[in-house]
Design a protein around this ligand. Structure first.
Ligand code: NAP
Length: 338
């Protein structure tokens, strides 16, 4: 019997890896796109990476609209809801992304089959922000971001509101036991094509010398292949039901990442920044550069991920963060994004 899984936003960096691992495990995949003209490129990327695309189909659906979701979800025994806006430059209105992120997850939950397993890609950003955090702290499964904190970007607010709404809806509807969220840190690892997403753009900016120095920020890092494997495990493993799976282990500062890149790509070392900007200067620059505004809430803090329970539940052994950084950069060279 065919086991059809819905993957929302299959054009995305992470969703393509999720779809690839599902195809490699013999599932049928229906990927949603808001623009179906991306379908041929996605077929090529997944086929080149070793996916059997004869079991891949597409459906049109936009997170901000009702149309298309019911048809897309029909007959799907599982749902991987990965799509959510992740812009490189943050909108100045901190509520701007909520309609797509929160509205989108609610549309997907409504459309999903009443017995389907549902895995939602949330983020560690939905867990790790509150005013007056200590400089170094550990992020745990029960933690929630305090969205009243004014420094938060629109992306952080949208991911937190979307995940909260998903759990509340599942509790109210009596189906919390069919839901798992995956909460990745900063995702690196190889891109499958030149639609690279916001996190690999960080590597692209460092490799191309777009900024002469880096802000003093640190993030728990994870490889996209581990993130995809955790999604597939969550779909298949009932022990993950009702859980929030933190996907990340080691924490790297942007300065650590730049140093890893300088060592691994000596030909480019001259371009890769080696200086760290003081926090006050980052705050000043953020007024005119919306890319820089993205990191304001992270200045000077060093979050660590408590993910031992995820290793134990899913059996996923996180790849070293250094390898995730280098493999991301190598893939950017391969697909000529840098
Ligand atoms: P990405 O490559 O930008 O993928 C985002 C996907 O969402 C794209 O397929 C995009 O479609 C889709 N999307 C955005 N707005 C939409 C809308 N209104 N209607 C339908 N689809 C829409 O980013 P990603 O890194 O793969 O992120 C995937 C998920 O992982 C997101 O939920 C993100 O929050 C989460 N996440 C990412 C990271 C990370 O470091 N990358 C970390 C934690 C969590 P288009 O191709 O049409 O734009």
């Amino acid at each position: 019997m065919s086991k059809r899984i819905l993957v929302t936003g299959v054009s995305g960096f992470i969703a393509k890896h999720v779809a690839l691992q599902l195809l490699q495990k013999g599932y049928d995949v229906c990927g949603t796109l808001r623009a179906l003209n991306k379908a041929d490129q996605i077929k090529k990327s997944l086929s080149d990476a070793g996916g059997d695309i004869s079991r891949l189909s597409f459906a049109a659906a936009d997170l901000t609209k009702d149309d298309g979701w019911e048809e897309a979800a029909r007959g799907c025994v599982g749902v991987m809801h990965v799509a959510s806006p992740f812009p490189v430059a943050q909108p100045s209105n901190r509520n701007a992304l909520i309609p797509a992120a929160r509205g989108g997850v609610l549309r997907v939950l409504k459309a999903a089959d009443k017995s389907a397993r549902i895995v939602i890609t949330s983020s560690m950003v939905a867990m790790m922000y509150r005013p007056n955090r200590p400089e170094t702290f550990t992020v745990e499964e029960a933690d929630w971001t305090d969205t009243s904190w004014k420094s938060l970007s629109a992306y952080i607010v949208s991911k937190t509101e979307a995940e909260k709404a998903a759990w509340q809806t599942a509790v109210d509807g009596g189906y919390k036991h069919r839901i798992t969220t995956v909460n990745p840190g900063l995702v690196f690892g190889p891109a499958l094509d030149d639609d690279i997403g916001a996190s690999l753009d960080v590597i692209r900016l460092l490799m191309t010398g777009a900024y002469p120095a880096v802000p003093p920020v640190s993030y728990p890092v994870v490889d996209v292949r581990d993130v995809a494997q955790i999604h597939v495990n969550a779909l298949e493993n009932p022990e993950t039901s009702g859980r929030r799976l933190i996907a990340a282990s080691e924490t790297l500062s942007l300065s650590d990442i730049a140093e890893i890149l300088r060592q691994a790509f000596p030909d480019r070392a001259g371009k890769i920044p080696s200086r760290v900007l003081p926090a006050w200067l980052v705050r000043l620059l953020a007024v005119v550069d919306r890319n820089i505004a993205t990191v304001l809430a992270d200045l000077g803090s060093v979050p660590q991920a408590d993910s031992d329970y995820v290793r134990a539940l899913t059996g996923v052994n996180f790849r070293p963060a250094r390898d995730a950084v280098i493999d991301a950069a190598r893939s950017l060279e391969r697909i000529k994004s840098i």
